[in-house]
Design a protein around this ligand. Structure first.
Ligand code: PGA
Length: 238
């Protein structure tokens, strides 16, 4: 695991955006898995700005939402796909049919997960992940083994509480659909993103604690090309 520690959020954003633009230049058809949530939003804003300045194009790329909440209305701004659209996808030139999302309202969710896996095909080139306070990746909650498939999951109580921050109402989701650990660990390159003091403890556990499915993010220590992008506050306990 490579650890990149930045002394300001600005340098964290600038460096991650520059590296991402570079990956897209080298491989325009880059297949990228995108985390939603609050952490990646400044990075997405920088990519949108780069696109407006003609520094980067997503025309030939394929983007995949990492996960999706169940039980929220299709137009709920707290849905993962809607967050990704709002912060990134609606402002770049990725063709609509190359932004892949989960439909949690479909009658057959096993089929939805199967189809999503088919769309991923040979695997992700780049996977962007946030970290839950409980060490989850996407909705791979504590207890998710390394071979977890893309599937429907029940959310950990801490995730239910955390999800409230994305919502404008109090009907927090209790389940979701997620790309499984197996696909995440098979990604050619993984960027684990963490900023702010609230993530310092879980970052310490990921880097120095036990390697265990009880802390799914710790399993990335097995990955051959995983980079941890931290600002000073998130790196404070290393
Ligand atoms: P956050 O979510 O970026 O909003 O902190 C991270 C996560 O739960 O994966």
């Amino acid at each position: 695991m490579h650890i990149f520690r930045f002394d300001s959020l600005e340098s964290w954003i600038k460096t991650a955006a520059s590296l991402w633009r570079d990956r897209l230049r080298v491989r325009p058809r880059l297949k990228t898995c995108l985390t939603s949530g609050h952490t990646p939003n400044p990075l997405y804003a920088a990519m949108v700005a780069g696109h407006r300045q003609n520094l980067v194009s997503f025309r030939d790329t394929e983007l995949f939402a990492l996960d999706e909440f169940g039980g929220l209305a299709p137009d709920d701004p707290g849905r993962c796909a809607n967050m990704l659209r709002h912060h990134l996808v609606d402002h770049i030139d990725v063709p609509p049919n190359r932004f892949h999302t989960f439909d949690p309202d479909a009658p057959d969710l096993d089929q939805i997960c199967h189809d999503f896996d088919l769309a991923i095909g040979s695997g992700f080139d780049l996977t962007l992940l946030g970290i839950g306070l409980n060490g989850h990746l996407g909705m791979n909650e504590p207890g998710s083994p390394a071979d977890s498939p893309t599937r429907r999951v029940e959310l950990h109580p801490q995730t239910v509480v955390s999800a409230a921050k994305y919502l404008t109402h109090t009907q927090a989701p209790t389940w979701g659909l997620t790309v499984g650990m197996k696909r995440l660990l098979a990604s050619e390159e993984v960027w684990l993103l963490a900023t702010g003091p609230a993530k310092a403890d879980v970052v310490r556990q990921i880097v120095h604690g036990n390697l265990t499915p009880d802390l799914p993010a710790s399993l990335l220590r097995h990955h051959r090309n995983c980079s941890l992008f931290l600002d000073d506050a998130a790196a404070a306990q290393l």
